[in-house]
Design a protein around this ligand. Structure first.
Ligand code: GLA
Length: 389
């Protein structure tokens, strides 16, 4: 085992089964992700720049004779047993993320084996670091091995997305699962969400790193509001295509094309489409800024993305706006923005390494004073994608 298992999982094995990790046939690690830039772009077919990180969910699994899945969510101290073959929704969200993956394999004609799975880790839930994608990706990776289906990592990400979209009814894009499964320590990846081609980007920023600040809020609005954004982007695309039939996805729209249909879009839809077209172009510029090591340009792009997400896409909230503007004004922070689906979660900050300590202290103090909430800060450390350990 190359990466040590979190102690609480090892303890669970001892207490619950009187066993050790070595006695489990499979042990795998499925990481969370950050997204440097390219937010709310994946489902419009554009470019995104995510990375897998050091926080992860770990799975221990073994096959059992009984035709059922015994699932142990150690962090939540919850257990569920699902009979095989798997059916509809389980009534428990975390179990749905795992069962949904099994259902995708079943739908391809596979017979699922009986399994006992113990999982947990150190990935904060509800913070926009994609613990749900880590769950899905880990399960998909495990079944790929067990069933010998030999799906590539991008194909596994597509399977996970299908599960989210069809089994869970969440109209999300592919970025989170793709990043978790395909992460690289060589740098964040640039992913074309239309073609699923990806490659690591060289990060030449010297003396700077990325830092997450967790607002510790997660407004429930997010589910409906996310679907609404997806639908609004689709509406914009239909109007654009009626004039420019060769535009296959919203991110491919040129600013002039958007301008020329602008009067036919209602105000909200126009704002959403403007954000998407601008953000997709920012991602291209961010690749160059990162490779050239320009912290100023990269920081400006992050700030511009935040402004777009706040004013045009309208997915921010008071707590996160506060954290972002505090960071933007702080000496040594090149730029900051809300990260992930929105309405809470983390900001991602590009910060000089020698300012991390002071900033962490000051932002926590200011946030606590304003909202009475203790924020958490995590330096971003990249990791490889989902794998056996
Ligand atoms: C959530 C979704 C992703 C993506 C982001 C926004 O994390 O799961 O597919 O759309 O929001 O960039």
């Amino acid at each position: 085992m190359t990466v040590p298992l979190p102690a609480h999982l090892t303890e669970y094995l001892t207490n619950e089964f009187n066993s050790t990790p070595a006695e489990w046939r499979f042990c795998l690690r499925s990481p969370g992700r950050v997204n440097i830039i390219g937010e709310h772009i994946d489902y419009t077919g554009g470019l995104v720049m995510p990375a897998a990180i050091n926080f992860a969910i770990y799975f221990l699994a073994r096959t059992i004779e009984a035709p059922e899945w015994r699932l142990h969510a150690v962090d939540l101290n919850e257990q569920i047993t699902l009979p095989l073959p798997l059916g509809g929704r389980t009534g428990t969200l975390w179990a749905d993320y795992l069962a949904g993956i099994g259902v995708q394999y079943q739908d391809q004609g596979q017979f699922l084996p009986g399994l006992e799975i113990v999982f947990g880790g150190d990935l904060p839930r509800g913070s926009g670091m994609s613990s749900s994608a880590a769950l899905e990706g880990g399960m998909a990776f495990l079944l790929n091995e067990l069933l010998n289906t030999k799906l590539s990592r991008p194909a596994l990400a597509a399977l996970c997305k299908r599960s989210s979209n069809t089994y869970l009814g969440i109209p999300s894009g592919i970025m989170d699962q793709f990043a978790s499964l395909n992460g690289s320590t060589a740098g964040p990846i640039i992913l074309n969400c239309q073609t699923l081609s990806s490659e690591p980007v060289k990060n030449a920023l010297d003396g700077y790193g990325f830092l997450l600040v967790n607002s510790m809020v997660s407004h429930n609005l997010s589910d409906g509001a996310y679907g609404q954004r997806v639908a609004e982007c689709q509406q914009a695309l239909e109007v654009i295509q009626s004039e420019f039939p060769r535009v296959t996805h919203l991110s491919a729209t040129l600013p002039d094309q958007l301008q020329s249909v602008s009067e036919r879009l209602d105000d909200t839809v126009r704002k959403r489409a403007t954000y998407v077209v601008e953000e997709n172009r920012r991602v291209g510029r961010a690749v160059m800024a990162l490779e050239a090591g320009s912290s100023t340009e990269m920081g400006n792009l992050l700030n511009a993305t935040h402004a777009g997400l706040r004013d045009l896409y309208e997915v921010s909230c008071a707590e996160v706006d506060f954290l972002q503007s505090f960071a933007q004004d702080y000496s040594g922070v090149a730029g900051a923005r809300i990260m992930g689906g929105g309405f809470g979660g983390c900001t991602i900050n590009l910060i000089r390494n020698d300012r991390v300590q002071d900033f962490t202290r000051d932002v926590k103090e200011a946030y606590d004073e304003r909202f009475g909430i203790t924020a958490e800060c995590y330096p971003v450390v990249l990791s490889g994608g989902t794998d056996f350990i």
